[in-house]
Every structure is written in structure tokens, then in C-alpha cells.
Design a protein around this ligand. Structure first.
Ligand code: ADP
Length: 474
């Protein structure tokens, strides 16, 4: 079963505890191994010295029995030597000597082939009673006779010391673990406190209080960065909420005017009897308002689709000038009504890779504005040419400009004419039929293609609206 505490603080503490436990455990066993290795190598070196010492003390009695000089037994150099076990054999395996400590027990059995010949052979063996012994073998000549000297020492005291060390360490382990768990719990609590505060603050934020922000203590640490990201999100949410509010109130305002006008025309019509001609006029002006409303609803639909990011462009390659001519054809009646002249000229071979139905919105709205705002009988020039190449980019850009002889746009309005519902002269433009959406739709239609839309004054008077798009020559 996997334990997964509910709170991050508990999880952090548990992980910390497990890590400390593992590290400490590994450290203890590592230290015990090191101790074992050190003690056995110390023992090995002491045993070699002992072998060298006893080799000088063995001698054969006249009757051929092997003996050891007494003085050595009386002055052992250190305590360890008292515990030594010693056996001397002929290379054939005949036992010549066993010390008292060995008490007649066998130490290592018959000689192994080559045992002790080249140097001091070391191995660990078990005596008959189970005692573990580290044994050194060395071949030595006394009075010309080869003797295999085996010197051993029980490793029990050594293991005992290691067990003592391990026991002590393991006894201290739970204390260390409890202490580190407490420390870990405290540190995790401290680290998470700002997060808790942030949670409390975020809980206070509702749709009505989107201007609240999460306090940032240190903007550079992880929590500060998270708070920064959340604050950015809140900022965007607040802006979209405000935008939506403004949009809704603008839409209601715009819809109210034509509706009120339909209603008043209708009421006037009902107040008294009219001739058939009179009724036709009334219905005609009501239909005019309905057409305006329909246009606005269409525009709003385009805008809301654009806002929702639902527009899927179906791009194809086509010549831009042909599209412009087609658009001019669509509003030919309006142009004729005002007695204006539209000149479309430029490079016929400039093609764009775009969605013609979306781009048509942009060209139509710009041309429609030129017709609407320029005086009757004036000339409108539509020109397509290559834009001056920008040094930073290798792509070619075409510019479609629409120039009229209208009133132009005063510098203070230029930055805002592309905003939704922005009209320079409300009374005048409403009369001309605009709701202030045309340029914002044109801007969207151009920018969704990665292009640019802009305004510059014409010389000597009038407006030039231009569209710049990546293009190629067919
Ligand atoms: P509308 O639907 O009212 O025309 P637009 O978004 O198309 O709205 O234009 C915004 C404002 O910019 C208009 O109210 C108008 O005053 C001004 N404008 C647009 N085009 C021209 C132009 N060619 N000449 C002068 N003013 C223009």
C-alpha cells in the first residue's frame, strides 16, 4: 500500500524523512564496512609481523621436535598476540606444532597447493567450533627444512566491535530521524506559508473584484514567479471583462437608435390615415433602418467570431487587384449615386496567399468609407504596388492604398479610428450609416493574415488608408 499524505507539507516531510533515513542508513553501513576493512587490514599487517617474529624463534630440538623459544611466550608484544593461533606443518601436511590456544583444533586442514610459497597468503576459515579466523600462511625454512607456518586470529572480537559500533549508530538513528522530521516539517511549513497566503488572497478574488492582485513578496523566487503569472492572468481577465462590458453597452446603445427610429416612424404612420404613397414611404424608411440593423448584426457576428478565434482561414493564391476590382463592382451603385469616380490601378501580377472572403471585408470597408465620407463627384484612387523593402526581412510586401478627397482624419483621432464603435463625428457618420465597426473589422481581417493596416493623410487633402500584406509575383 502506498502512503500518500493529503497535504504537500506532510508529503515533503515524509520525503525528506525517507531521504535522510536512506542517507543515514547508507552512511552507517558504509562506515561499518570501512571499519571492518580497516580492522581486518590492521590485523593482516599485525599477523605478518607475528609470522616474521615467530619464524626467527622456531628451532629443532636434537630429537627432531620443533620448539619455540620461551622468551617470546613470556613477553608478548601486545594483547592481540595472546589470542593468536598457530600451526606449523610440513608441505606434505604433517603437523609439527600447534600452540596451546589452538587446543588441538585443526586450522585450515591439509596444505593447499602452493600455499604460502610466494608471499603471505591470507584467508578466512572456520574452526571446528565455528570460530571465524583470519589466517596467514607462509613457507619458511628452518635448518634447511621447509615448514608451512600458519598464524591465525579470531575475527570475533573485531566483529564484536563492529556490531557495537552498528548498535550505537542504529540506536541514534531514530533520534536523528525524529529530529530531521521535525526540522523538515518546520522548513516545509515556512516555505509553503506564502502559498497559503496566496490561496487565501486568491479566494477573495471574484468577477466583481478582478482588480485585486496577489501580493508578491519576492518576484524572483518560484512563488513570486507564480504570483506574477497569476496576476498577469487576472490582468487579462479584468481587461476582457471590461472589454466585454464596454462592448455590450456599446452594442445596446447602437441597437437602440435604429430600433427607436423604426418605432417612431411606425407610430407616426399609425397616428393618422395616409395615402398609399405615404405608407410606401413609411415602410421604405422602416426597411432602411432594418437594413442598417442587419448590417450591424452581421458586423457584430463577424466580430464575435473573430473574438472567439473561430475563424478558420481557407487560403489560396490570387491576384489582389482582381479582388479589389470585384469589390469596387459590388458598390458600384453607391459610387454612381454620388457621382464619384473610382480608379483602380497597379501591378496586376501581385498575388497574395490569403482567404479572399475575409480579405474582401477589409477592402470593402475601406472602399465603402471612401465613398461614404468623400464628397459627391470626387475621385477615389485605389493603387497596388510593392512596398519599400524592409532591410530586416527578405519577404516581399505589397501595399494596397485607397485614397479619397474627403475630410481626412485629424491627428488626434488617427490612433483610435480602428477601435470598435469609434466614430469621429457621431451625428455625421450615423447619418452616413456607420456604427463605427467597419475599420475595426478591416483591421482584424488584415492582421489575421499577418498584415498591417494604417492611415496617412493625402496631399493636399483627404485620406489614404493602406493595407500591407506579404505577396509574390505570379
Ligand atoms: P463607420 O462604420 O462609422 O464608418 P468605421 O470604423 O468604418 O466606422 O470608421 C470609423 C470612423 O473613421 C468613422 O466614423 C469616420 O468618421 C472615420 N473615417 C473612416 N474612413 C474615413 C475616410 N475615408 N475619410 C474620413 N473619415 C473616415
Amino acid at each position: 500500500m502506498r502512503i500518500r499524505p493529503r497535504y504537500v507539507r506532510d508529503r515533503l516531510t515524509l520525503q525528506y524523512l525517507l531521504t535522510v533515513g536512506l542517507v543515514l542508513g547508507a552512511y552507517i553501513f558504509g562506515a561499518a564496512l570501512l571499519l571492518y576493512w580497516q580492522l581486518t587490514s590492521q590485523l593482516y599487517h599485525a599477523e605478518i609481523q607475528d609470522v616474521e617474529t615467530v619464524e626467527g624463534l622456531f628451532y629443532f630440538l636434537p630429537d627432531g621436535v620443533l620448539a619455540l623459544h620461551e622468551e617470546y611466550l613470556n613477553h608478548p608484544r601486545d594483547k592481540l598476540l595472546l589470542d593468536r593461533l598457530m600451526e606449523v606443518l610440513t608441505p606434505e601436511g604433517q603437523i609439527l606444532f600447534r600452540n596451546e590456544r589452538l587446543a588441538g583444533r585443526e586450522m585450515g586442514g591439509p596444505p593447499v597447493s602452493g600455499e604460502g610459497q610466494s608471499s603471505y597468503d591470507q584467508r578466512t576459515i572456520r574452526l571446528a567450533d565455528g570460530t571465524r579466523v583470519q589466517c596467514i600462511s607462509h613457507l619458511h625454512f628452518i635448518d634447511g627444512r621447509p615448514l608451512l607456518i600458519r598464524l591465525g586470529h579470531s575475527t570475533d572480537p573485531l566483529m564484536h566491535r563492529i556490531a557495537e559500533f552498528l548498535g550505537l549508530m542504529l540506536l541514534a538513528l531514530p533520534i536523528a530521524l525524529v529530529a530531521s522530521a521535525l526540522a523538515g516539517y518546520r522548513v516545509a511549513g515556512k516555505a509553503l506559508r506564502p502559498l497559503k497566503e496566496m490561496t487565501l488572497q486568491t479566494e477573495q478574488i471574484t468577477a466583481n473584484r478582478l482588480s485585486n492582485r496577489i501580493p508578491v513578496e519576492n518576484p524572483d523566487d518560484e512563488l513570486g514567479q507564480m504570483a506574477g503569472v497569476l496576476n498577469g492572468l487576472l490582468q487579462r481577465l479584468e481587461e476582457s471583462f471590461k472589454h466585454l462590458e464596454r462592448f455590450t453597452s456599446d452594442v445596446s446603445h447602437e441597437l437602440r437608435t435604429p430600433l427607436a427610429s423604426i418605432r417612431s416612424v411606425g407610430e407616426v404612420g399609425l397616428q393618422k390615415e395616409h395615402s398609399a404613397e405615404g405608407y410606401r414611404d413609411i415602410v421604405g424608411s422602416m426597411l432602411e433602418e432594418v437594413a442598417r440593423l442587419t448590417q450591424m448584426v452581421d458586423d457584430l457576428l463577424t466580430i464575435s467570431r473573430a473574438d472567439a478565434g473561430q475563424t478558420v482561414l481557407s487560403r489560396k493564391d490570387f491576384p489582389l487587384l482582381a479582388l479589389t476590382r470585384e469589390v469596387a463592382g459590388l458598390i458600384e451603385i453607391l459610387i454612381e449615386e454620388k457621382g464619384q469616380r473610382v480608379v483602380v490601378e497597379g501591378n496586376e501580377r501581385i498575388c497574395v496567399h490569403a482567404d479572399p472572403s475575409v480579405l474582401r471585408h477589409a477592402v470593402l470597408n475601406l472602399l465603402d468609407n471612401a465613398v461614404k465620407y468623400a464628397p459627391a463627384g470626387s475621385r477615389i484612387r485605389v493603387r497596388l504596388k510593392w512596398a519599400p523593402a524592409e532591410s530586416s526581412s527578405s519577404d516581399r510586401v505589397a501595399e494596397l492604398s485607397i485614397e479619397d478627397e474627403g475630410p481626412g482624419i485629424a491627428p488626434e483621432h488617427r490612433a483610435r479610428v480602428f477601435d470598435r464603435f469609434y466614430r469621429i463625428d457621431e451625428a455625421r457618420t450615423r447619418e452616413a450609416g456607420g456604427a463605427g465597426l467597419g475599420l475595426s473589422i478591416a483591421k482584424w481581417a488584415v492582421e489575421i493574415h499577418g498584415g498591417q493596416i494604417g492611415y496617412r493623410p493625402a496631399d493636399p487633402a483627404g485620406s489614404i488608408f493602406f493595407i500591407r500584406l506579404a505577396a509574390f509575383e505570379s
